[in-house]
Design a protein around this ligand. Sequence first.
Ligand code: AQP
Length: 335
Amino acid sequence: TPRVFSGIQPSGGLTLGNYLGALKRFAEAQDRGGIETVYCIVDMHAITVWQDPDKLTRATRELAAGFIASGVDPVRSILFNQSQVPAHAQLGWIFNCVARLGWMQRMTQFKDKAGKNSENVSLGLFAYPALMAADILVYHATHVPVGEDQKQHVELTRDIAAKFNNDYGVEFFPSPEPVIEGAATRVMSLRDGTKKMSKSDPSDMSRINLTDDADTVAKKIRKAKTDPEPLPETIEGLEGRPEARNLVNIYAALADLTPEQVIAEHGGQQFGSFKPSLADLAVARLAPISTEMSRLMQDPAEIDRILADGAERANAIAAPILKRTCEIVGMVGAR
Ligand code: AQP
């Protein structure tokens, strides 16, 4: 059976980028049916950079609430946090021994996050993509819905699967497909159309948080950086206008339209009138999610119960795949 796996880090609050690039699409994959959907809160990835323990706990529960409020049903999908299923870490170690140092050194996200001071980042941050490969392959997942920024890591996962199969002379791990589709696979910062919208950007005005209230959402869109031209009459006119393109793409993804349809409807408009329409749309789509998140957050014990149940179901898939992997490698007493 085809199986979807994807994860999000509890490393801060959720952004509109996480919602459009990931959560909304996770719910859609689940609702299309015919495919098993496994979604993970990757707390072990989050600690590759320092996380205050109390904040990590809270962010994990809040992220679980964000999944559910975005339409991921913890009964039809499997929803859990990574550290509750030890098979991720165990397979991650085996993949540390399969992946080559040179492959890891080419990962652009590591280079971006480590910056110039790479001597002083954690070893985990460097090894992160091998653990991500384990997250995916420990379920024999076939499809990985992600934003554009994660494409290189899914390609590395394919390389690790192929090298494992080749080294041990088996056809064991499948080659998972990155699924990068829709109008918002790369939502950009509202302050700089060339930078990804990110939960760790120091400027809160650069992003829309799923917990922002309606006034804040409207204000951030009103103040979003744009150029002085009106929206173009054709999609080609967005060429070289990253901020305009970003707002059109966000509109399209929120309204379930294509960017072409948005341009057909709004082409020629000044931002002075397009931005209020976008703000209304964003508030209409996001307000119910943030309301539902706060409701769910009032009962952390219930969230913990949901995650524990998901972890048990995840473990039932992962444990036999890990066991078989250990046997292939030649480890005695695999269980
Ligand atoms: N701006 C974005 N546009 C589209 N998709 C995005 N994703 C993240 N930002 C955008 C997608 O969300 C999923 C989860 O990402 P993550 O939290 O695991 O890691 P990240 O990509 O590192 O997210 P951030 O917000 O940029 O976090 P920080 O600031 O901590 O690095 C992934 O599918 C990702 O593609």
